[in-house]
Every structure is written in C-alpha cells, then in structure tokens.
Design a protein around this ligand. Sequence first.
Ligand code: G1P
Length: 289
Amino acid sequence: MALPVRKAVVPVAGLGTRFLPATKALPKEMLTVVDRPVVQYCVDEAFEAGIEHVIFVTGRGKGLIEDHFDYQFELDATLRERGKTAAAEQLDAETPGAGQVSFTRQQKPLGLGHAVWCARDIVGNEPFAVLLPDMVMDGEPGCLKQMMDAYNEVGGNIISVQETTPDLAHKYGIVATGAEKGPAFEITGMVEKPEPGTAPSNLYINGRYILQPKVMEILSTQAAGAGGEIQLTDAMLNLMESEPFYGVSFDGRTFDCGSKFGFLEANIMLALKNDDVRDEVRDLLKSLP
Ligand code: G1P
C-alpha cells in the first residue's frame, strides 16, 4: 500500500517577465482567469485531490499570494452585513483551513528543482505532490485527483503528461515511455527542453507530479542543467534509476498560462463554463468575422 500524499508544493517565485508590464507589481500567479487568480486553480485542484497542506515556495514581491489565501475579516463582515451570505460562505469554503498552508522562500532564481528543494524541511520524509500554477487544468476530476487514483494502484513516482506538437517540445520536459501498468505507463527517460528534433516523444510534462521524498536528497546535489538552472526533470531522471516511475495521460485540457496565448485561451475556454458570462462570451465569439 503506497503511503498517502498529504502535502503539495506550489512554486510561485518566478518573475513573470512575459507579462510585463502587468507583472511589475502584481505576482503573475495573481493574474485573473475569469474570476479567480491563476494560482487558485491549482490550490483548488490540490484540495480536491485530498491534499491536506499546501506549501508555497515564494519570493520577493509575492506577499499578495499569502493575503489571498488568508481569511479577510473585513470583507467577510461587510458581505454578511449586506446580506451577501452566499458569497461570504463561498469565500470561506475556498479559503484553506487553519494550519493548511505554509510559505517558504526561494531567495535566488536557481530553477524549478531548487524551488522544490526549498520546501524539503516542510515536506519531511513522505511522498508529496508538486503543482505548477502556470498550468491551469480543466478536467473532471482534476488532474491531481486522476493521478492520485493511479498512485493508489501503482505507487511510486507519477507525472502527468499530454501530447504536444514538435514545434512546442523545446518549451517543456519531454518523456520516453515504456510498458503500460494499469491506469499508468512506465516512464523510461525524460529530457528538459530538448533541442529541436531531439525530443524522445510527443508527450510533455504538464506540471503535475507525485514524488517520493528521495528526490529531495538528489536535488541537494543536483547540478544545473538546461538554461543554467537546477532542473526537477534532471533529478527525476536520476530518481528513475532506483525507483519506479510512471506517467498518466491527463484526461482534460491544459492551459499554459505562462504564455500570453495560453492565458487568453484559458480565459475564453473557462468563461464558456462560467454561468455569469457563458452566453455573452459565446455570442461574442460567434459574431467574430
Ligand atoms: C517546467 C518544467 C518542465 C515542464 C513545464 C510545464 O518548465 O521544468 O519540465 O514541462 O514546467 O510548464 P518551465 O515552465 O518552468 O520552464
């Protein structure tokens, strides 16, 4: 029986230079997709999957994220005074409970692997999830829940993957796959941001991981890789030598909100699922020449 996954690491230290000037003062994770900040999608997804504690790895200027996941006394009181009880209760339900979030800092931008390693003491010696907030997922159930279901059958380490096109492969981690195992399949190799034409498949890592704690040990001595950064992909490649490693194919849609197009795509596609604006957005799209 695989040990339960109770904690999730959410790295939010990145600068968001692709969204300047919007992100001069605002953390990129606080940009809005329809009616909630980008970062809230993956936190909701984590709690839906049964995660009990979310560890944010933050950096300078990211204080708003901490405030966002706090209880806002004045807001709650004002909404209730004005009879907007449902709105107050919805906010309350979406706010993590006491002791369910932690914040630690990645002082220098040394890479995703380094950001995850910054959470090592809070994670401790147990399996944990990693959710990259830029990747907003639309799935039923959510991506991490789909992975948890597979994890409960096969254990080990699990990443979610989806198909990409050869022209986009250089932006992501790309995997090589082996035999199927129940709801998952073996991962036999992976490469971070492959040079054009060298990707081992068309399956990219779409930003959701369930990892065993040994990866933290590996990260503590992991050398810099692609882009001069300490890469989580390189540490996972190392981990694969001693531990079972699986992929699951995410049944749903991933929006890469780290890119302008992905962010706009998420806003349009998720607006079409939002009761308040669905009809108007559909009419607007239909009216386009
Ligand atoms: C990171 C990972 C990469 C993954 C990607 C998904 O890259 O290193 O393997 O495919 O996230 O968004 P980054 O976007 O930080 O460059």
